[in-house]
Design a protein around this ligand. Structure first.
Ligand code: FDA
Length: 402
């Protein structure tokens, strides 16, 4: 297999996969292992670019606790079959087979000890063993349905195939090669698209708010972020543009323009009760120094200032006054100006409507031989390795039958 060979493409293959990312490469290896002749085409200059940049360079490749509840879709049942038939344990076994060292960071999130490239190398080795060919720098010009199969016109020549798998991902990070190609193919064959939206994405804030927070970029704290039906207990990070960190990325998948997000800034405790308890223990200590036990000094100053609260010795506050101060400090309701959009979003919510897709095989019900796998479908995971697990599971499901 040659990843970058400029040579002509084969005239026909059993399975043609467009998109050499996580789902496409998994599909290629699986189909190749069944003895199918497989060709994967990608327009980028190298394969698996998102894998390479994922998990801060260490690829959070799956999550120990993956379950259908960790995914968003108009049809929440759609992901169940594929996730049950290719589980996190299957991918972990593959990682171990290739001797890739890994660790659990937090909340079941498994990361490579070394670098994300280990996962790309794993996928390419599996493709090589299964004799699946992978070609990069190849743009797709048209797809024509034949009586049986498809004829695909590309910048490297024409290929006929029996099965055509669309694995071109979502819209996030266009500079990494993301395109809306998969949605165009879906439309060509009369499938509907669930409206797409940037998700797992930082919030932006209005300029006036940012000015008030000018000392805070880099400050982080544990919060519970809630919006609509979503609620996540993780870290939040102040940035120069607004707010980020896992809690914010997670809740961004629930947020709609104009909605307020509620942050509990001291999760797991009642701040009013806690302040009263601290007053009983140490009445002479000042409010700001007590609060510095749970927040950084910069955050304490900002949160007090935001609520117009003067810091005095705890004994100088009445009981109900201190309880009210606790409540005011604990809750922060904020309407973000927006999000950073697809430029920095980790994933795309929405996509090819799963109504028209078989949940067992990923084949289009109305267009035999056409498959959609990975993020291009209307299945989006939480932050934490779930999106790759969906790519592995859906790619594997199609690879078993395509
Ligand atoms: P993917 O995007 O991986 O692959 C699509 C492929 O199709 C690309 O190679 C692209 O070049 C190609 N393509 C697109 N248009 C084409 C066209 N017109 N013609 C030919 N080829 C085309 N998830 C997770 O579980 N753990 C993590 O740690 C992270 N971290 C992370 C960090 C960052 C910065 C981002 C942006 C995303 C993540 N993710 C993640 C999400 C994860 O990367 C994503 O969900 C999967 O890569 C989706 O796999 P797919 O194979 O569906 O698409």
């Amino acid at each position: 297999m040659n990843e970058t060979s400029p040579s002509q493409l084969p005239e026909s293959v059993d399975v043609l996969i467009i998109g050499a990312g996580a789902a496409g490469l998994m599909c290629a290896a699986t189909a190749g292992q069944r003895g199918r002749s497989v060709l994967v085409l990608d327009h980028a200059n190298k394969v698996g670019k998102k894998i390479l940049m994922s998990g801060g360079g260490r690829c959070n490749f799956t999550n120990l606790y993956t379950a259908p509840e960790n995914f968003y879709s108009e049809n929440p049942h759609f992901c169940k079959s594929a996730l049950a038939r290719y589980t996190q344990w299957d991918f972990i076994a593959l990682v171990e087979k290739h001797g890739i060292p890994y660790h659990e960071k937090t909340l079941g999130q498994l990361f490579c000890d070394n670098k994300s490239k280990d996962v790309v190398d794993l996928l390419l080795a599996e493709c090589r063993a299964a004799k699946a060919q992978v070609r990069t720098r190849c743009s797709i010009q048209s797809i024509e349905p034949l009586q049986q199969g498809y004829l695909v016109d590309t910048s490297l020549g024409r290929v006929a195939c029996e099965s055509l798998v669309i694995a071109t991902g979502g819209l996030s990070i266009p500079t990494m090669g993301a395109t809306g190609f998969g949605y165009e193919v879906a439309r060509q064959f009369g499938l509907s698209i669930i409206p797409t939206r940037a998700a797992l994405v930082p919030f932006t804030q209005h300029r006036r708010q940012l000015e008030r927070q000018q000392d805070l970029p880099g400050s982080a704290l544990a919060v519970t972020a809630s919006c609509g039906e979503g609620s996540f207990n993780e870290q939040m990070l102040f940035t120069h543009r607004g707010l980020s960190g896992p809690a914010v990325l997670q809740i961004s998948s629930h947020w709609r323009e104009g909605q307020a997000v509620e942050f509990d800034l001291a999760p797991g405790r009642d701040l009013g009760d806690w302040l009263l308890q601290r007053r009983a223990e140490n009445p002479d200590s000042h409010l700001h120094s007590v609060l510095a036990e749970i927040w950084s000094k910069k955050l304490v100053q900002y949160f007090l200032q935001r609520q117009g609260i003067d810091s005095r010795a705890l004994k100088q506050y009445g009981e109900s006054e201190l309880a009210t101060i606790g409540t005011k400090l604990q809750t922060w309701q904020l309407v973000p100006a927006g999000t950073e959009g697809y430029r920095t979003a980790e994933v795309t919510l929405g996509g090819v409507d799963t109504d028209a897709i078989s949940s067992r095989t990923m084949e289009c019900k109305t267009q035999p031989g056409l498959y959609f796998v990975g993020e291009v479908l209307d299945v989006t995971g939480w932050l934490g390795g779930y999106n790759f697990q969906w790519a592995w599971a859906s790619g594997h499901a199609a690879g078993e039958v395509a």
